[in-house]
Design a protein around this ligand. Structure first.
Ligand code: MG
Length: 348
């Protein structure tokens, strides 16, 4: 499946079984023959798929180099970016060359950031191998790294020239990482796609990754494209994230993955929405069953007061007002500005 994305510079997301072998031919449609490609990947993914991707680039006429960093979020930092710059400089890379980020969110965020900043910006192709990277991070153009005092504090918007997603790569993903990605997939169903949500309810998604990833990418694309026309729709993608980010913070970014936190956050948003009379009764219960089905936590583990207090530091809040995202029903979302007091009352 090919999903065109029109945000800034247009590009195509290819979602196909076996697409890992298509990276070279797809790059050949966009880059001149003989260009250099730096394959950036981590120590988990490189041994699994590095050779295949590199072989397909070589066969398509590119010169390749490989940069492998130790797997783990703790390596998504400027020191590692410095090592990528060194590999690019030593390899004599110019702005006509490109970078290929192969792996999960860390490889995409950090490889994309290196590409955004080396020589003031070079092309990069994203080859996501985790569910969250395929279904969520492959659209939006956000790249960046963590600093010791906060996550994703340094970054740049930089669109890839192509995204190549192979759903077969998901088969090597540990279950917990699949569930982590499902948090965002469930979110996409909640905010825009009742059919996707029903497929999740029936458990049908587990045999149909190609469609699930493609659907998810298309939904995110629609919201992100709408925002370039300045309608503020992109905020909707934050469903479950206000409380989710607060929970991640309360858990000190350990023991609770982003997708798990978003799952618990969506459930809180549904319960608040039902109490406010905005969300159709029973929606929270449907969501709770889906979260449970995929092994995502349904209890936040903190009091609502602690959670609401922790939202105060969210970078997406301005002062006392939280632009809280609610759903009317599965597939229908809205933005509801609320003070922290109102939010606390709705959640209690
Ligand atoms: Mg998210």
């Amino acid at each position: 499946m090919k999903i065109p994305v029109n945000t800034g510079r247009p590009y195509t997301v290819t979602v196909e079984r076996g697409a890992l072998d298509q990276v070279g031919p797809l790059a050949a449609q966009l880059k001149r023959s003989g260009a250099k490609a730096l394959l950036v990947s981590d120590s988990n993914v490189a041994p699994l798929y590095g050779d295949r991707v590199e072989a397909s680039l070589k066969t398509a006429g590119f010169q390749t180099r490989r940069f492998v960093f130790p797997a783990g979020e703790e390596h998504k930092r400027l020191e590692t970016v410095m090592d990528i710059y060194r590999a690019l400089a030593e390899g004599g890379f110019t702005r006509t060359d490109f970078l290929v980020a192969l792996g999960g969110g860390v490889a995409g965020d950090m490889g994309g950031f290196a590409a955004a900043t080396f020589l003031r910006g070079m092309d990069f192709i994203q080859v996501p191998t985790s569910l969250v990277a395929q279904a969520d991070a492959s659209v939006g153009g956000k790249t960046g790294v963590d600093l010791s005092f906060g996550k994703n504090l340094v970054g740049a918007f930089h669109q890839p020239i192509a995204v190549v997603s192979d759903p077969e790569a998901l088969s090597t993903l540990p279950q917990r990482y699949v569930n982590d990605g499902l948090g965002e997939v469930i979110k996409h169903g909640c905010i825009a796609d009742p059919a996707l949500f029903e497929a999740l309810e029936e458990g049908a998604v587990l045999e149909d990754w190609e469609n699930v990833v493609a659907r998810s990418v298309a939904i995110k694309r629609d919201f992100v494209e709408a925002d370039t026309r300045d309608t503020g729709r992109r905020m909707i993608l934050n469903f479950g994230h206000t409380c989710g980010h607060a929970l991640e913070k309360l858990h000190r970014f350990q023991g609770l993955s982003h997708g798990e936190a978003v799952g618990a956050g969506m459930l809180l948003a549904c319960r608040a929405g039902e109490k406010l009379g905005v969300t159709a009764p029973g929606t929270g219960e449907r969501l709770r069953r889906v979260l449970e089905r995929y092994g995502l936590p349904t209890e936040p583990g903190f009091s609502v007061r602690e959670i609401v207090e922790a939202t105060a530091l969210d970078k997406k809040s301005d002062g006392e007002t939280v632009r809280f995202i609610l759903i009317k029903d599965i597939g229908e979302s809205l933005i509801r500005p609320m003070t922290r007091e109102e939010l606390l009352e709705a959640l209690e």
